[in-house]
Design a protein around this ligand. Structure first.
Ligand code: 5AD
Ligand code: SF4
Length: 441
């Protein structure tokens, strides 16, 4: 039996793609291994969103090739594969096949081809319709949590972002299919589904099938109500986009206990000038209105965001406005990134005029503010009881279980194996840097 080592970089779409790839590999009789050195095949699922992420592919292939003994077959999948295609064979010596994001459903075909005909096989998929929407079953990251892709690709073309080029135009999966998958996951014991996509709010299926009878001002808010009606215990969704995020989404959360109290709404910058240059097509004021509605909800919705510091032309004043927005928004968590120019995006032609040192300085300053806000936020949980899905044993402390609250906070607590996969009430006793600690009540 051939052994495969599968490594994944990047966003939740890549994690989800890898789960489907792993499920296909297992169905083909290949064995997935944790130990790279024993593998006959090494598959790397790549990310190209920032230069550092892309660089990892080059470093990893170099490391695998240096390995002693028989050389494994090397397959490159994901966003770098989709963007570069066959040119990767010239750029990196020693890779055997290239499989684009749209072609991950055909991983076994690629492996068979390479094993019989030798290296040099590329499959980038031909159309949006090529995407494999099946939900991973045998090889998910968790037995009780499942990712369900509902929309693939992005039409937004924010000027810094490579995703519209790597993942192509938006394609939505019909609601009837999503509901069928959620019901099947529920039957198989899954407690929490994440409806995922680069921009879930612009979900727009080609058919109404599955949405009939559900109210809502957008297909996405109707989908939320339709998925809530399946009765699955918990539903989370990400990522949202400010322009397409409407109050009706908050209303759907308020009407359905199983729609969780967490919204990930990236803002990227607190300066209208920078937002305009990023082509976000929303303003700080319009964004604040949306988060005011989220904050006003009795569901106590946790708000998280993404930020880019050091975008071309970002002045100290622009950056200070981002700091101001942080104080205003009180994010539960914020993912902060230093701007990284990506070839062929519109921002690539702009002068990358914030020095690397200044980008680092702004990054650290914003991180300091965020750590302070987050600490305050986490301390607010002490003494409260939250409902936690017990997902796994904690890696750090084996007597503890680890899971997420409905607002997507990591919560650790002492617990037995029998609790795994169930939802328990935990009274919070301690706030750590990025997680909460408590006891089952
Ligand atoms: N440079 C830095 N960060 C980026 N992101 C996307 N493109 C870039 C880039 N070129 C960030 C955005 C996005 C997150 C997934 O990655 O904040 O929301
Ligand atoms: Fe990139 Fe903007 Fe699309 Fe998000 S919405 S994937 S940042 S282009």
């Amino acid at each position: 039996m051939k052994k495969v080592y599968l490594e994944t970089f990047g966003c939740q779409m890549n994690v989800s793609d890898s789960e489907r790839v792993a499920t296909s590999l297992a169905a083909e009789g290949l064995e997935l291994v944790e130990d790279e050195l024993s593998a006959d095949l090494v598959l790397i699922n790549t990310c190209s969103v920032r230069e550092k992420a892309e660089q990892k592919l080059y470093t990893r292939v170099g490391e695998v090739k240096l390995r002693e003994g028989t050389k494994p077959v090397i397959g490159v999948m994901g966003c770098v594969a989709q963007l570069e295609g066959e040119t990767l064979f010239k750029k990196i010596n020693g890779i055997d096949f290239v499989l684009g994001t749209r072609a991950v459903g055909r991983v076994n075909e690629a492996i068979r081809k390479v094993l019989s005909d030798g290296p040099g096989y590329a499959d980038l998929g031909e159309r949006e319709a090529d995407y494999d929407w099946s939900v991973a079953d045998a090889q998910r990251h968790s037995r009780s949590v499942a990712f369900v892709p509902i929309i693939e690709g992005c039409n937004k073309f924010c000027t810094y972002c490579i995703v519209p080029f790597s993942r192509g135009r938006e394609t939505s999966l019909p609601a009837s299919e999503i509901i069928r998958q959620v019901l099947e996951l529920k039957r198989n014991g899954v407690k929490e589904v994440h409806l995922i996509g680069q921009n879930v709010n612009s979900y727009r299926p080609s058919t109404e099938s599955g949405l009939e009878g559900f109210k809502g001002s957008s297909p996405f808010s109707r989908l939320l109500r339709a998925v809530a009606a399946t009765g699955i215990e918990r539903i989370k969704f990400n990522t949202s986009f400010p322009r397409d995020f409407n109050a009706d989404i908050v209303e759907a959360i308020e009407e359905n206990e199983n729609l969780c109290n967490w919204v990930h709404l990236p803002v990227q910058s607190g300066s209208n000038k920078v937002l305009k240059d990023m082509r976000r097509l929303h303003t700080v004021e319009s964004y604040k209105k949306k988060i005011d509605r989220i904050k006003a909800s009795p569901r106590n919705i946790a708000l998280t965001t993404d930020i880019i510091v050091g975008f071309p032309g970002e002045t100290i004043e622009d950056f200070e406005q981002t700091m101001g927005l942080f104080e205003y928004s009180e994010y539960a968590t914020a993912y902060i990134f230093k701007y990284s120019p990506r070839p062929d995006t519109p921002a690539y032609a702009m002068r990358d005029d914030v020095s690397p040192e200044e980008k680092t300085r702004r990054f650290l300053e914003l991180e300091r503010v965020q750590k302070h806000l987050q600490a305050k936020h986490l301390e607010g949980y002490i003494g409260r009881t939250v409902s936690v899905l017990a997902e796994k044993r904690s890696a750090k402390s084996p007597s503890d279980l680890s899971g997420h609250s409905t607002c997507h906070r990591v919560v650790n607590f002492p617990g037995s194996d029998g609790m795994l996969g169930s939802i328990v009430d935990v009274r919070i006793t301690q706030a750590k840097a990025n997680s909460l600690y408590g006891e089952v009540v």
